[in-house]
Structure formats: C-alpha cells, structure tokens
Design a protein around this ligand. Structure first.
Ligand code: HBI
Length: 358
C-alpha cells in the first residue's frame, strides 16, 4: 500500500518533545517499509528520520506546536495556535494526499482536528491513539469516531482503550522496537533506572523516594519537560541519589540503561503503553512497575519483573530489592516474542487491511 503517516504536532521527530510517539513513528515506518509498503512521513520542519526509515519520503510543515494534550485542563476547550502546525499538516493532507495516490492516511497525533475530519476526508484516515483519556474533547472525538466506524481506531493496550467509550472490542497493536538497536547486558551495576518525559504524570518522585529508601543511585533519562517539577524531585531526596542523564538517542540510552539492576516505572496517569518498559527489557533489565495502565499489562510478574500497588513507594522499594531473582535473559526473550518491529508492522498492516476491506 501507499501510506501517509502523519506525525505528532507537539515537536519535530528526533527532538524528544514527542515522547513515545516519536519512537513508535520511526519503528512503525521502518516496519512497514520492510513489509514492502511505500511510506511518506508528514512531520514538523526539522524532523530527522533514522537510517531505518531512509526509504520513506519526508514531507514537512512549519507552524507553532500544539500544546500538550495531557497538560491541559480536562474540560478545556479545543485549542489550536493561529499559525498551528496541526492545521498545516491537515491542509496538506486534504490538498495533496488524494492526488499523490495514497491508499490510506495513518494519524499518530492525539488531537481533535484529524479525528473530527475523518468522516469527511477525501481518503481513508486511520488513527493509532497514543494516550489514555486526558480530556473531554478528545474523549468525545474518539467516541464519535468509534460510533461512526471503530475500524478507524487502534490502541496500544486494553488498559488504555478501556478509558474510551467504544462500540466493539478495540484493535490492540501493543508496540514495537528495532531490537538490533538494544544490547543485552547480563551483569548490572548497583544502579536503578528511570526513563521518560520528566513531568508530573510520570511519577519520578516515587522512584526517587524508593531509590533513597534502598540507598541506591537512580539514573534518570528523559527530556526535562517541567523544570520546577524536576527541581522539586531533586530536593525530595538526599544528594547523590539522582543522576540526571538527559534525553539520549537510543544507541546511547540502551548502553547506559542495560547496566541497571532494575527499571522503576511509576506512572501517575493511565500510561497507554510504556515504551521505556520494553526498552529496559530489551537490554535484559527487569522492570518494577505500578500495576497501572500499559506497564501493568506489559510486565509479566516473576518472569520479566514485578508489579506493585500503584503509588505504594514502600512496595516499590521492596520489589526493587527482589529483582535479583529475575532471569535477565527472559526479559530480552519476552520482547523478541511480543514487541519487535516486525510484530508491530504485521499488526498495523492487518488493522489497515481489515478496515480498508482490501
Ligand atoms: N499532545 N496535543 C498533543 N498531541 C499529541 O500528538 C501528543 C500530545 N502529548 C503527548 C504526545 N502526543 C506523545 O508524547 C504521546 O506519545 C504520548
């Protein structure tokens, strides 16, 4: 098929501002290319595609980034900057995509406009929903689209899909990763890890508190999206507990992440999937996570890590002290079976083909 993949309007691919959807976009594009599809990516000016996506065409637009949906008030009206990137994206889709001969448009943005346009678009638009419920406007847009034709929607996990008012069993795609980019590490250091956008919904403060209880350092990888929040977490634990490692490209991230005894995953929101959970497992690092959202479905207790009651820091620390019993190779094997790039691409293709009836 000829597929147009529309990226997130919160930032350029490769900037880290898009969070998990950047990784998903690149893996999904590379996987579809491997399966012989022709793929064009529509993304913000300044976007960079990895070598694995070299065969994809890149269309870019300029414009102001969309404000992060999860940081708006739940009841906030739909907002778009007057010179918004989102509008620029969808002006190009509506004007150029039909003549360019695409069979399908795959939207990765968690924004009202593409969902609202779908029933009146001149070509089929499909949506991989990247988050759980974060506001009324998107809840409504997703419910209305589900009522119109739920085949147009796919989610990462059941926990995420359960947030929305759907009319039939949801299509669940999980996620996928280029596993050749992650090296297996058998012998960890006395180090705990945490990775993700440094923002309140990710719950870093709990991981910091657990590390402090254990007297182990906590390496923190990710874009510091909320400086005040990061400073407050820093102040909440003794000197030397937190090691701020910044947002690293995958090659550097996996080299450091693999050295961790465990990854702590502490979502405060209904995390749709939990890319960092799988990235850690791919390096052989067991995951100790709250039984919440996608991570609550991904971690296989006793096999690839441990799950604890959400927000229970003492339980988090106790579980982190027990991960020595987990076979690190089993962590890598689980990802190879359930979250490879090929697995995701197969699922995406099956979803689109089923919906298009081709
Ligand atoms: N917010 N408005 C908006 N649009 C997005 O596409 C979006 C977002 N916030 C976060 C986000 N995408 C990605 O980090 C997802 O992977 C969660």
């Amino acid at each position: 098929m000829r597929i147009l993949v529309v990226s997130t309007p919160v930032g350029a691919l490769g900037s880290g501002r898009g969070g998990g959807v950047e990784l998903t976009a690149c893996t999904l594009v590379a996987g579809l290319l491997e399966r012989g599809h022709a793929v064009t990516v529509l993304a913000a000016d300044g976007s960079v595609l990895p070598a694995s996506c070299a065969a994809a065409a890149l269309w870019t637009c300029n414009g102001s980034s969309q404000p992060s949906a999860q940081h708006q008030d739940r009841h906030a009206p739909i907002t778009m900057p007057a010179d918004g990137l989102l509008q620029a994206f969808w002006r190009r889709v509506l004007l150029e995509a039909p003549a360019a001969g695409f069979d399908v448009v795959l939207n990765l943005a968690y924004d009202w406009l593409p969902f609202w346009l779908t029933p009146v678009a001149p070509l089929p638009v499909y949506h991989l929903v990247s988050m759980g419920s974060v506001g009324d406007a998107m809840d409504r847009a997703i419910a209305e689209l589900a009522a119109w034709d739920q085949r147009r929607l796919a989610f990462h996990t059941g926990a995420q899909a359960a947030d929305f008012d759907l009319v039939e069993e949801p299509v669940l795609l999980g996620n996928g990763f280029d596993l050749s980019a992650y090296g297996f590490c058998a012998e960890p250091e006395p180090l705990l890890g945490w990775a993700g956008r440094v923002a309140p919904e990710k719950g870093l403060e709990d991981a910091a508190a657990a590390a402090a209880q254990l007297g182990l350092p906590l390496a923190v990888w990710g874009l510091v999206e909320d400086q005040a929040y990061a400073a407050a977490v820093e102040a909440s634990v003794p000197e030397g507990i937190l090691q701020w490692r910044g947002f690293l490209p995958t090659a550097q991230l996996q080299a450091e992440l693999g050295r961790c005894r465990a990854l702590l995953n502490t979502p405060k929101w209904n995390e749709a999937y939990g890319n960092v959970v799988v990235e850690a497992l791919a390096c052989g690092v067991p995951v100790v996570a709250y039984r919440r959202g996608g991570p609550g479905e991904l971690v296989q207790p006793g096999l690839t890590g441990l799950l604890v009651e959400p927000d229970d820091v003492a339980a988090l620390a106790a579980a982190a002290a027990q991960v020595g019993s987990i076979d690190r190779r089993a962590c890598r094997q689980w990802v190879e079976a359930h979250a490879s790039r090929a697995v995701l691409a197969e699922r995406v293709e099956a979803w689109l083909v089923a919906g298009l009836g081709v």
